[in-house]
Design a protein around this ligand. Structure first.
Ligand SMILES: Cc1cc2nc3c(=O)[nH]c(=O)nc-3n(C[C@H](O)[C@H](O)[C@H](O)COP(=O)(O)OP(=O)(O)OC[C@H]3O[C@@H](n4cnc5c(N)ncnc54)[C@H](O)[C@@H]3O)c2cc1C
Length: 292
């Protein structure tokens, strides 16, 4: 029978000290919704699990210009935050349709990002929001832009002894609309076949694109920004036609795999459609933001 030791430090500093002590024998566990599945499937066999569960230091949502989210914040806490819904709807879109309520009650945003699945639902929203990831170890802290955080499927820039403490998001420009759309095989509790986040900031005319950010999930080995599609939209009047073209460009930038969930060709088609559809939602939301 496989066993592991389960350690529950009372603070982030104590967790970091334990990470130092056990090195590669240890695995962090937050909500455990990925870790326990991987343990059962024998993908991982840590000798020590270091729990971050219920560490108040890691569980918070702070507004003030921008937004800071503690890595241990559950998807459910984000889903239920009225401020997230109003000011960062792209995050609300993603977390309110992630797994089941039970999964959202345990699963954390830090776990979702650090697990580094190409299908992680919170990755495209954090990418379009230009999020910075704060990383701590016993040696100190460092900050990495989320677009540099992922290194491949299940791989990140995290070194042994490091953990993520928070995600820091700058305040969006005025007249910004943002949205996330997920295409799944079935309506309930499914990983995305493709996930698309779009953020559009407009000039005062509410037509000309001042800034475009487009991020794709399950479109490459890591969640990615569609830089060419973004450059195409910047400075242009945004409408159905330009969004359709941006969708085509984004789909050309993507390099998805064929898997049991969907073929590469199908994923590219869905990207094309979802960029346009999600962009249209952004336009509506930007108008709403300008009115309020
Ligand atoms: C039934 C089911 C449905 C699901 N549906 C979805 C879905 O629709 N969309 C989706 O994206 N995901 C889905 N998931 C996957 C999972 O729920 C999410 O990825 C969740 O956010 C993981 O968070 P967690 O806190 O449970 O992570 P854990 O399982 O505790 O940890 C995941 C990984 O992150 C590491 N880690 C955790 N916290 C930190 C930290 N602070 N610093 C460094 N490393 C850390 C762990 O060591 C581990 O490698 C589903 C899972 C299940 C079981």
């Amino acid at each position: 029978m496989r066993t592991f030791e389960y350690l529950k430090p009372a603070s982030v500093n104590k967790a970091l000290a334990l990470l130092d002590l056990y090195g590669d024998q240890a695995k962090l566990i937050a909500g455990g919704t990925d870790v326990m599945v991987q343990w059962k499937k024998r993908i991982i066999s840590p000798q020590v699990l270091i729990s971050l569960r219920n560490l108040a230091e890691l569980s918070f949502i702070k507004f003030g210009g921008g937004l800071e989210i503690g890595a241990g914040t559950t998807h459910r806490a984000l889903e239920l935050s009225p401020e997230i819904r109003e000011h960062f709807p792209v995050i609300h879109d993603a977390v309110s349709n992630l797994g089941s309520v039970q999964v959202r009650n345990s699963g954390t945003i830090g776990g979702n990002i650090c697990n580094a699945a190409p299908s992680a639902d919170t990755a495209p929203p954090l990418l379009v929001l230009d999020t910075n990831v704060r990383i701590a170890s016993t040696k100190g802290e460092r900050t990495v832009a989320i677009r540099d955080f992922f290194r491949g499927p299940s791989r990140t820039v995290l070194q042994t002894g490091e953990l993520v403490t928070l995600f820091s998001i700058p305040a969006p420009l005025p007249r910004t609309g943002m949205a996330y759309s997920k295409h799944t095989r079935r309506k309930a509790m499914d990983l995305p076949i493709v996930g698309v986040a779009v953020l559009l900031s407009f000039e005062e005319d509410l037509k000309t694109c001042r800034k475009a950010a487009i991020a794709l999930g399950v479109a490459a080995p890591t969640p990615m920004r569609a830089a060419n599609a973004e450059a195409f939209l910047a400075g242009k009047p945004v409408d159905k036609t330009t969004l359709l073209e941006a969708g085509k460009i984004a789909s050309e930038e993507a390099s998805p795999r064929t898997t049991i969930r969907g073929s590469a060709w199908y994923r590219k088609e869905i990207i094309r459609v979802l960029v346009r559809r999600t962009g249209l939602i952004c336009m509506e939301r930007a108008k709403g933001a300008a009115r309020s």
